[in-house]
Design a protein. Structure first.
Length: 260
């Protein structure tokens, strides 16, 4: 065992070992305590991390035991998900996803309804042809919107762990956009050939990706396929009575149900 280290996480003190903190070198903690990222100190000389101190106990225990142990009445799954995303401990991310699937399957009957909308929008942008020469160009872009409602808030959290926005060169989970536990609205665009990467940021255009498959969603067909895959793995099935077959085949409405 290495020498003990005391951490101040959001005002709460924890004592552990350097070996435990660096167990996963590619994680945020691994980078901090291997010297790749500088650490801050509090007034007592303890390493300081400005994150939620209460939730850190579950993260530290996972580093010690490789098990994500949560109390039966645990009510802070959203906060835990954000903290896990910060620390970037990949096995813990996977363990949390498995835990959410387990909790979701423990829920009673549930309904999932998704209404889809698509339109074409013209975007204008400049193209640099030479150091001092620019030309104005335009292109048509497919713009997608999905309004999602589910009586299972755990399923929406599961969906949020699989779908990510790509914006300004970074991927961010759609979970951060989940303001209502039962409703989620997604807005994204398809990639446009010839549109410079920086234009997506300038024009506030988000794209949608499936993680960890690293697949971009450029059409409603792909979106529907991915949502069905996630939903059916969570016990949902297609509601044969609604919507009308033509609406479903035209990717306008998706309704799934789960019986327990």
């Amino acid at each position: 065992m290495s020498e003990p280290i005391t951490l101040n996480v959001g005002g709460k003190l924890y004592t552990t070992s350097l070996l435990t903190l660096t167990r996963f070198p590619n994680s945020m903690l691994g980078a901090m305590f291997s010297g790749k990222i500088p650490t801050k100190k509090d007034s007592q000389g303890n390493c300081f991390i400005d994150r939620d101190g209460k939730i850190f106990r579950y993260i530290l225990n996972f580093l010690r035991t490789s098990h994500l142990d949560l109390p039966e009445d645990f009510q802070e799954m959203g906060l835990l998900r954000r903290e896990v995303d910060f620390y970037q401990i990949q096995p813990l991310i996977e363990a949390l996803q498995e835990k959410e699937v387990e909790l979701s399957k423990a829920e009673k009957n549930a309904m999932l309804n998704i209404t889809l909308d698509q339109k074409t929008q013209t975007v204008h942008f400049t193209v640099r042809e030479a150091p001092q020469i620019y030309s104005l160009s335009s292109s048509n872009m497919e713009v997608f919107s999905a309004h999602i409602f589910s009586t299972s808030c755990l399923f929406l959290k599961l969906l949020g762990s699989k779908l990510y926005y790509c914006f300004n060169g970074n991927l961010s989970s759609i979970s951060s956009y989940l303001q209502d536990p039962n409703h989620l609205t997604l807005d994204w665009v398809a990639s446009v050939e010839g549109l410079p990467e920086e234009e997506y940021t300038k024009q506030n255009l988000k794209r949608l990706w499936v993680v960890p498959d690293n697949k971009q969603i450029n059409s409603f067909q792909v979106f529907v396929e991915e949502v069905l895959k996630i939903a059916m793995s969570d016990g949902f099935c297609i509601d044969s009575s609604h919507p009308h077959t033509s609406d479903f085949m035209n990717n306008k409405i998706i309704r799934l149900i789960r019986y327990k």
